[in-house]
Write a protein that binds this ligand. Structure first.
Ligand code: SF4
Length: 352
């Protein structure tokens, strides 16, 4: 019987030329994520889904391992089309190996024998057909790390854009200048999961902090709408000093970047830390606000974090979008993008 790796290897195309750097012999360097793996002929990259065969880089294409239609708030995007439906699709594999991953069944499919998901063959047009049939306004590459399947993401996004949909990545942000240049013409919204502000913590997860910070700055400079999420894990990334440095960095890129601080619950292999409490989220949010971030949200504990699910005008504090979890109860920004009370512009993607 074919292994999962065999099955996936048969569902590949050659990498976009922009994402490959030839090295000596038949070796090449992949530029799709911050690992920038040098890959000898016959070997795979760290993500295990991009591989060198005969001096050519083969990359995943033509399948999904999961699809779902949800409110865009679940991604979470709070400053883009409030209440819109977002059609999510994902492939398999990841360039990190976070022990608390909530999507480990897809992200760790080639590392963990317990993660058993099979691919379903599909075309970009069929994905967009399905999204439109479900009245989605955006398609989102998520569930696994979309940077490592960037060519497939762009193929779907080309089709989606042509048919009037927004496009989005939900990503760990471990990018490179090359992959961001490749994606920029096709992507409207980008969520980066900023997991920590300590390089030692990132190395535990299989990455480094520097490429993630560079990606955040580059996405902002490219004008792609950017929101940041930090899953607050007690004892891992929640020290006041770390949250202070993290939010200072974000405010330095732009005080208008929405920052979502969300509650951890025990998942996958990380079962030691206690679950995050509402008070912990409120405290971290106060640090972010204190550092100048204008839009700070607390997530995963609906109805338990006071006003931290809502969008208020940064100038006059007027209530502009009221939420309970993923449910939008009041929306005064769609189609307008300005405060209904004082008229100040509120950053985001509010117009169709
Ligand atoms: S996507 Fe990242 S991990 Fe995978 S081969 Fe390319 S550089 Fe390596």
């Amino acid at each position: 019987m074919a292994t999962l790796a065999d099955t996936l290897n048969a569902r590949t195309v050659e990498a976009a030329p922009e994402l490959v750097e030839p090295l000596t012999g038949n070796r090449l360097r992949c530029l799709a994520c911050g690992h920038a793996c040098p890959i000898p002929d016959g070997a795979v990259g760290v993500c295990k889904v991009r591989f060198n065969r005969g001096g050519r880089l083969h990359v995943p294409f033509g399948y999904v391992a999961g699809v779902q239609c949800d409110p865009i708030e679940k991604k979470p995007f709070f400053h883009a089309a409030p209440g819109a439906r977002a059609f999510s699709f994902g492939m398999l594999g990841c360039d990190l190996h976070c022990s608390y991953c909530q999507n480990w069944v897809t992200s760790q499919a080639l590392r963990d024998p317990l993660a058993v998901v099979r691919p379903t063959d599909v075309s970009p047009a069929a994905i967009v057909d399905q999204a439109l049939a479900l009245h989605a306004r955006a398609v989102v590459s998520t569930y696994n790390e979309p940077l490592i399947t960037a060519e497939w993401g762009v193929a779907v996004f080309r089709e989606a854009r042509a048919r009037g949909l927004m496009t989005a990545f939900v990503s760990n942000g471990n990018g490179t200048p090359a992959v961001l240049r490749y994606l920029a013409p096709w992507i409207d919204l980008y969520k980066v999961d900023l997991k920590s502000f300590d390089d030692r913590h990132y190395r535990q997860l299989g990455g480094r902090l520097a490429p993630i910070l560079e990606t955040i700055q580059a996405l902002h400079d490219l004008g792609i709408w950017l929101e940041i999420v930090t899953l607050l894990i007690p004892g891992f990334n929640d020290s006041p000093g770390e949250i202070d440095r993290l939010t200072s960095f974000l405010a330095g890129v732009s005080p208008s970047i929405p920052w979502h601080v969300t509650a951890f619950h025990k998942d996958y292999r990380m079962t030691d830390p206690a679950n995050t409490t509402p008070a912990m989220l409120v405290e971290a949010a106060a640090v972010g606000r204190g550092n100048g971030l204008r839009y700070v949200y607390a997530g995963n504990l609906p109805g338990r974090v006071g006003d931290l699910e809502n969008t208020r005008c940064h100038a006059c504090e007027a209530l502009l979008v009221e939420r309970h979890g993923y449910l939008v109860q009041l929306d005064r920004l769609s189609g307008v993008g300005r405060c209904a009370e004082c008229g100040v512009e509120v950053p985001g993607r509010w117009k169709a």
